[in-house]
Design a binder for this molecule. Structure first.
Ligand code: NAP
Ligand code: ZN
Ligand code: ZN
Length: 351
């Protein structure tokens, strides 16, 4: 075991604060990474506040991790000390079930192990995430980071990037299709960039009046204020695919109504409370309402390589770790432009 520093919440009501803890030394197939940057996902906030239930405290969040390899286990051939490395939302899975064999570890039948808030058999405790100095992860779950991209802007690709890339690929989004992205936050801005790079014609739906110019710069061909009923009605039933990234309660029927026959709305945003669906929203035009969870490890690598080829990174606002509560408060006001990333060098000053 070795000593790490990080930031943790001790309860659903407590703010994040400096926290010292031990991690396991790397086993034969493990990689130890010194964390350089960690993105701030809305799931971190849902989890530290126990909005989904089941949060284990102390909770060290963070699953958009990039850094440098410091130690590798004896059987690791894929990385060596000094290499750049990334870790996303998963650090283990059974590796044997049908989903794992298909490279879909996020749908592992016994359940994958989250980068934070998951069981950790090696220590008997639970996993601690990337708001910390180091992490130790089985090499299967460590991603290669393209050298040509800005490292801080790569961190959010490990969750916001893959969570939007995976459904866009699964539902075969491409040229000639009209695609909607709902919500311009961390996931939504990656959805705009990726759908645009895949050749789709992209419309952003937003509740914020001030995001139109940014949305166009990020890849939107059109921007619709979702509270404007006339603008929504004028769209008709014209969409081939809609990706909903909204983190709070909202009316999904308003978006289902915009789909063509047989088209699909994929929900990736995960609000605390249920989203009521009118059955006629899907009976009419035989529409599909689906969900999607992050992405598998091979697909995450494919997404990183796609981003390297297309020069895509996240638009970030860098923060020192002692500003995390301010960042959460801004996230709750939809004031994210468009992902906070923690500079982990700030940890030694704050801890
Ligand atoms: P975020 O940066 O906070 O963005 C969410 C966006 O939703 C906001 O910027 C805002 O965009 C819109 N929004 C917020 N409140 C709203 C409301 N009351 N009504 C309508 N729109 C509202 O969050 P994020 O990190 O992108 O995460 C989004 C959601 O996806 C979270 O629930 C997160 O837990 C979930 N998530 C799911 C997966 C998965 O695998 N399925 C993975 C990662 C995250 P506008 O200002 O443009 O309206
Ligand atoms: Zn996330
Ligand atoms: Zn499995």
């Amino acid at each position: 075991m070795f000593q790490c520093t990080g930031y943790a919440a001790q309860s659903a009501e407590a703010p994040l604060a400096p926290f010292s803890f031990e991690r396991r030394d790397p086993g034969v197939s493990d990689i130890e990474i010194e964390i350089v940057y960690c993105g701030v996902c809305h799931s971190d906030l849902h989890t530290v506040r126990d909005e989904w239930g089941g949060t284990l405290y102390p909770c060290v969040p963070g699953h958009e991790i990039v850094g440098r390899v410091t130690r590798v286990g004896a059987e690791v051939t894929t990385f060596k000390p000094g290499d750049l490395a990334g870790v996303g939302c998963m650090v283990a899975s059974c590796r044997e079930c049908a989903s794992c064999r298909d490279g879909l570890e996020q749908y592992c039948e016994p359940g994958f192990t989250g980068t934070y808030n998951g069981p950790e058999p090696q220590t008997g405790g639970h996993t601690f995430g990337g708001y910390s100095s180091h992490i130790v992860v089985d090499s299967h779950f460590v991603l290669r980071i393209p050298e040509n991209l800005d490292l801080a802007g790569v961190a959010p690709l490990l969750c916001a990037g893959i969570t939007t890339y995976s459904p866009l690929r699964h539902w075969k989004v491409g040229p000639g299709q009209k695609v909607g992205i709902v919500g311009l936050g961390g996931l939504g801005h990656m959805g705009l960039k990726l759908a645009h790079a895949m050749g789709a014609q992209v419309t952003l739906f937003t509740t914020s009046l001030g995001k139109e110019a940014d949305a166009k710069r990020l890849g939107a061909d059109a921007v619709v204020i979702s509270k404007d009923a006339d603008a929504m009605a004028a769209l008709g039933e014209s969409f081939d695919f809609i990706l909903d990234t909204v983190a709070a309660e909202h009316d999904i029927n308003a978006y289902l109504a915009l789909l063509k026959r047989d088209a699909t709305l994929v929900q990736v945003g995960a609000p605390e409370k249920p989203l009521p669906m009118q059955v006629f929203s899907v009976i009419w035009r035989r529409r599909n309402f689906a969900g999607s969870l992050i992405g598998g490890i091979a697909e995450t690598q494919e997404m990183l390589d796609f981003c390297a080829e297309n020069g895509i990174t996240s638009d970030i606002e860098m923060i020192p770790i002692d500003q995390i509560e301010t960042a959460y408060a801004r996230m709750l006001k939809s004031d994210v432009k468009y992902r906070f990333v923690i500079d982990m060098a700030s940890l030694s000053k704050a801890a």
